[in-house]
Write a protein that binds this ligand. Structure first.
Ligand SMILES: Nc1ncnc2c1ncn2[C@@H]1O[C@H](COP(=O)(O)OP(=O)(O)OP(=O)(O)O)[C@@H](O)[C@H]1O
Length: 673
């Protein structure tokens, strides 16, 4: 297989070389060449990504056939299939077969490679037949994958996806799929493999590309290797700030952020933008010696037409200008016709001749052919007049009176500070709630302003430039109503994988149910899957965090852990000594477990105190608790649980998240203890 992989890579590289060497002679050829180079780049990328663990599985059916499963499909020289892509339908039994439902398999084999050498084989016999000499029955590959030290970067799990996870990854639904479950149940890993599957199985979706949306860069960096290692490089990873292209410079108090996240603001903002275009206002303009007035209802009619053709404020303004100019040109034409008629009548009366015919006869004598204008008027050159008016600054100033151009960020600031307008547009809000908006209006962009700004841009300048065929939303419990709108407008196909856990919600969104988040966009058309097995946290840590789970989500059953480890310990200290103690604990852990990853999780305001804790080649990571969602460490030293709890309204959830980050050891340092 590696031999074939090398051959295919060599071919692709040679083809790319050739394509690059061609000299296109026109833009069409250049375009075709660039497309071909892009295609070959993609193939080279996929082939290179397949190098590691090229073939990781094999299934043998009871009828004696076998298939090898790997990162991509390979054929030998004669076209015989050597390896099938893990996403192909034929690979499904590798993931889905169980002893209870073997799907025609006798044996499932996992292969472990180091470089190009097979260093481990483990078999599961699925049909109840006794092992033969060739079956290697041993410790499962999952246990092996989970037991490895963490590196600070999530790894793909293509060889060990579980049946319940695989069913979600391969779901034939092209719509919205929600995956929920407690910490460590594999929601993120499932979502990323789902993205890879969607790209493989739904080419139409793949054409537009996939977006993976996450709460912050620390998290996106953590998961950023998974899709490239599955050969998928055309995936965009982004936070709200990346999508909107603005870096937040201010932090809103929780109540302000919550108010700014409410979806009702979208309607209010749209109506407020509408009020920038006053109704019933006549427009008067002087062109040359002519003064013309378009009556209010005529202007209103032009506005309606413009908004029918383009719904965003600034582009529709251009349509409106055209409509107004058309109305003016009509008026001018009528007037010109009336004036010429009067002059003709006067000339005819004085000279007794028809001036049009006389002019035409003169021109003919000079050898100039003229169009037959007998009985008509000389041409009124509508187009030229129209074009010159459309670009005329006077007309622009006129339009500005009833349809001012808007700049989204400035308009948003004005809207948030417009107390009188907010009172009439948000009558169901209390004055206190409305005041929160105004209070935050001039502090600079906070995180909660991003989605509002995106909404304003959409209303004012039109839809976002980049749309996606599929969006993966991770830590989706964090999203506000406005943020959901920001994502949905980027995914017109509504093909999405959404993963989250409301027990971990840190944002003051007020959305506690998937229905509340999704029904405005897809009604009840979404599938929900719940994962129940915890692959990260040991049973002992899970037990220690159970009281917190009962506090934040009493309706949620704890997940079932498949790991065991030491019982978490709590060490009391004083505020002054905490930093020293943490340093000692980290050093101890490093000595006892070299090569393992330690996370120190603390309240945000203690980060500076603890900055002296040695980082040791990134093997020790210091994380504020409110930024620890989604992350994973072998050992966690959790500092000042009461401080984490008190730091913000969702502090208790931050604490729950922080407690569930370790795969092996948890030590709590309690400065009040
Ligand atoms: N089938 C699997 N094979 C190998 N590793 C797995 C598998 N399923 C989950 N894991 C591992 O378990 C850990 C937890 O998974 P993941 O981060 O996806 O969970 P999560 O539900 O998103 O957690 P959280 O809610 O805390 O963010 C990760 O290290 C992941 O790689």
């Amino acid at each position: 297989m590696y031999h074939r992989l090398d051959r295919e890579l060599a071919h692709a590289l040679r083809d790319r070389e050739r394509a690059l060497a061609t000299r296109p002679e026109n833009p069409g050829e250049r375009y075709a060449r660039d497309l071909e180079v892009d295609r070959l780049n993609r193939i080279v990328g996929e082939l290179r990504a397949a190098e590691r663990a090229l073939c990781f599985g094999r299934v043998d059916t009871t009828s004696g056939t076998s298939l090898h499963i790997g990162r991509l499909a390979l054929r030998d020289e004669d076209g015989e299939l050597l390896l099938i892509d893990w996403r192909a339908d034929a690979a499904r039994p590798f993931y889905a077969a169980t002893a209870a439902s073997p799907l025609g398999l006798r044996r499932r084999r996992h292969l472990r490679l180091e470089g190009r050498t097979v260093v481990g084989v483990s078999d599961e016999l699925l049909d109840g037949s006794p092992p033969t000499e060739e079956d290697v029955v041993g410790d499962g590959p999952l246990a092996e994958a989970l037991g490895r030290a963490r590196t600070g970067r999530m790894r793909e799990a293509v060889a060990t996806l579980r049946t319940e996870q695989d069913a979600i990854v391969r779901s034939p639904s092209r719509g919205v799929t929600v995956v929920q479950g407690g910490p460590g149940t594999g929601k993120t890993i499932v979502a990323l493999h789902r993205a890879a599957y969607v790209l493989y199985a739904f080419p139409r979706v793949a054409e537009r590309g996939v977006l993976v949306y996450g709460p912050n860069h620390r998290f996106l960096d953590y998961i950023g290797d998974v899709l490239p290692s599955l050969g998928e490089n055309d995936v965009r990873l982004a936070t709200a700030a990346d999508l909107v292209g603005v870096t937040p410079t201010a932090t809103d108090p929780a109540a302000v952020a919550a108010a700014k996240g409410r979806a009702e603001l979208a309607e209010a903002l749209a109506r407020w933008v509408g009020t920038r275009r006053p109704h019933g206002v006549p427009l008067t303009v002087t062109i040359g010696n002519d003064t013309m007035t378009l009556a209010g209802p005529v202007v209103d009619g032009a506005r309606r037409t413009a908004l029918r053709d383009a719904s965003a404020h600034n582009p529709a303004r251009e349509r409106f200008t055209e409509e107004i100019v058309d109305e003016l040109v009509d008026l001018m034409e009528e007037r010109a016709a009336a004036t010429l008629d009067t002059i003709d009548a006067e000339v005819a009366q004085v000279l007794g001749i028809d001036p049009d015919r006389a002019t035409a006869a003169d021109l003919r004598r000079l050898g100039v052919e003229t169009p037959d204008t007998a009985g008509g008027q000389p041409e009124f050159d509508r187009e030229t007049i129209r074009e010159s008016l459309i670009d005329d600054p006077g007309i622009d100033a006129l339009v500005e009176r009833v349809w001012p151009r808007l700049e989204p960020a400035a308009a948003l600031r004005e809207f948030l500070a417009d107390g009188a307008a907010l009172a009439s547009l948000l009558p169901s809000w209390t004055p206190g709630e409305r005041a929160l908006l105004a209070g935050g209006a001039n502090t600079g962009a906070g995180a909660a302003d991003l989605a509002l700004l995106d909404e304003a841009r959409h209303l004012i300048d039109g839809p976002p430039e980049h749309l996606f065929g599929h969006i993966v939303v991770d830590e989706a419990q964090e999203l506000t109503g406005m943020e959901w709108r920001m994502l949905m407008r980027r995914c017109p196909s509504r093909s999405m994988t959404i993963v989250g856990d409301f027990a971990q919600a840190g944002s003051p969104t007020g959305l506690h149910r998937w229905e509340a988040a999704l029904s405005p966009f897809v009604g009840d058309r979404f599938e929900t899957h719940t994962l129940t097995v915890n692959y990260r946290t040991t049973a002992e840590i899970l037990r220690a965090s159970a009281p917190l789970l009962a506090e934040v989500a009493p309706e949620q059953r704890p997940s079932r852990s498949i790991r065991h480890g030491a019982v978490p310990r709590t060490i009391g200290t004083t505020g002054a000594e905490a930093a020293g103690l943490v340093k000692r604990l980290v050093e101890e852990d490093r000595r006892a477990h070299p090569g393992e990853l330690v996370g120190v999780i603390c309240p945000r305001d203690r980060v500076r105190d603890l900055a002296a804790v040695p980082r040791e080649r990134e093997q020790v990571v210091l994380v504020p608790a409110d930024e620890s969602r989604g992350l994973e460490f072998d050992a966690v030293v959790l500092v000042d649980p009461a401080g984490i709890r008190a730091a913000r309204p969702a502090g208790v959830r931050d604490l729950y998240v922080a407690m569930t980050r370790a795969t092996k050891r948890l030590t709590v340092v309690d400065p009040a203890g």
